[in-house]
Design a protein around this ligand. Sequence first.
Ligand code: ASP
Length: 321
Amino acid sequence: MKMRWITAALLALATGAASAQYPTKPVTMMVPYAAGGPTDTVARVLGVAMGKSLGQTVIVENRPSNGGILAPEVVKNAKPDGYTILIHHIGMATIPALYRQLRFNPLTDFEYIGLVNDVPMTIIARHDFPAKDFKEFLAYLKANKAKVNAANAGIGAASHLCGMLFMSAIQTDLTMVQYKGTAPAMNDLLGGTVDFMCDQTTSTTNQIKSGKVKVFGVASKTRVKSLPDVPTLDEQGLKGFEIGVWHALYAPKGTPKETIDKLSHSLQEALKDPVVNQRFADLGATAYPPDKATPAALEAQLKSEIAKWGPIIKKAGVYAD
Ligand code: ASP
């Protein structure tokens, strides 16, 4: 009995000492989607900035899967020592309603680090899509629904959610082609093998500006500063159409509080960094104020988003399995 107590006390001391020194080696940030996509872009900007205050490199590792359901499971099962963390988006709130079989629970399997940013979405199409404005785009979709393909990053991805809401708003069902991230979807869109998709401005801004894709609207309440000429979907008749993609950082359940505090602090420092803010602004994204880069703010956001999206998804009757 006494022996067991001493072992437990020694273990607690060792864990305490390890979290006091944390981090002594690089930290891995898992991304649930393909490299070069919108979430990957946010992770890489953030990783460089967080590395400065952590005094260690933040390595971005992609674990792409349809719907982004693999990376959370990997992080859930990782050692809770702060060396493996997860970046994910609104999918953490929508996935539980979309999957009947899910091997992680966003509400019980993670420690929360904090909120990162909000990213608007755009509706974009291949550059030679036969429509010059939103009105023609809609007319074409309705007249050609048997042959139009919409790309997305799988059930649970923001592009899927946005696409689903869009089809319901225009009362037209279209074929959805799934990818493990919108980076490979964008490649096919640029190559003209899929017709359109809904994707985050962190990925679409440069393609829109260089004219490589056609844009038919932004899915935010107001216009996006970096794309001032692009009207909102609401302005163009889809009243109330709005979806914002928020990102956040998570760690495996059981990661020591001292370690989580260091990660939150590092996230807060990154969100104050002018380079990060400029990069986000160029890509249409808005960093959360540092007081939202906290476990409590993320927990509140996750709970309220689960409560918001769960009923909408259930009503739509979409399931991944
Ligand atoms: N954000 C995802 C990506 O990085 C795609 C999505 O959520 O639709 O590819």
